[in-house]
Design a protein around this ligand. Structure first.
Ligand code: CA
Length: 236
């Protein structure tokens, strides 16, 4: 997953980044609200972790601006302010959760995962696709013969497809998620990733392909119980 961290306390920011990157997540970081809004506007984040006491515009203004821009990305506030008023103000502005510093790393991760799951419309940590299970917490795909040997990028591609639940995912979204706008390779690399991923998934899924090409729109998960013609009837 990919997170945006807006925090001016460098030591704390490093601590949060270590926790998230240690769990194989990507973190975009900035130290001011102005930069945070710019980065958030670009999108592609599963969640924003936001400090309230920032130089320049405060965290509460960041929340208001993002919500006014119709950004629905979940926002977790990390604040040293212990008063109930601060918590209520942040939540009333549109924050989804509020944690007081100092925090325990396990609680931080648990809250982040809960918020992301809720925002993705998921209440489970595991998804079942055909006879494969996607473990979102441990980031692995388990087939009938055990965990599949997927590369990090292959897993991220498959997870994104599963979370989109049959809706097409464009190459731009894939690249944004996989590379975060940094040193992005040519989009053709995705065809290679998808080709390898398809082979590995088919081996674990009785030879059946579960990723389909949606011409002009990217790729989508083929939902096992739904005829292909019905999958995109609702569109987006
Ligand atoms: Ca601060």
């Amino acid at each position: 997953m990919r997170f945006l961290l807006i925090e001016d306390d460098m030591a704390l920011a490093d601590c949060v980044r270590d926790i998230l990157e240690g769990n194989e997540h990507r973190v975009d970081y900035c130290g001011t609200g102005e930069e945070g809004i710019e980065l958030a506007e670009m999108g592609g984040h599963n969640l924003i972790i936001l400090d309230i006491g920032l130089p320049g515009i405060p965290g509460t203004e960041v929340i208001k601006k993002l919500r006014n821009l119709n950004k629905t990305v979940p926002i977790l506030v990390l604040s040293g302010r212990t008063q109930l008023e601060s918590k209520l103000e942040a939540l009333n502005c549109g924050a989804d959760d509020f944690m007081i510093k100092p925090f325990h790393r396990d609680e931080l991760l648990a809250r982040i995962y809960a918020l992301v799951r809720r925002s993705e419309g998921l209440i489970r940590q595991k998804l079942q696709i055909g006879n494969m299970e996607i473990d979102l917490k441990h980031q692995e795909v388990i087939g009938p013969d055990g965990p599949l040997d997927l590369t990090r990028k292959e897993y991220e591609i498959f997870e994104l497809l599963c979370l989109r639940n049959g809706h097409p995912v464009t190459k731009t979204i894939f690249l944004d998620r996989l590379y975060g706008g940094m040193n992005e390779p040519d989009a053709k690399i995705l065809d290679v990733f998808i080709c390898n991923l398809r082979k590995k998934l088919a081996q674990a899924n009785n030879g059946e392909h579960c990723i389909k090409t949606v011409w002009g729109r990217g790729y989508a998960l083929r939902l096992p119980e739904t005829p292909a013609t019905e999958q995109f009837a609702a569109g987006e």
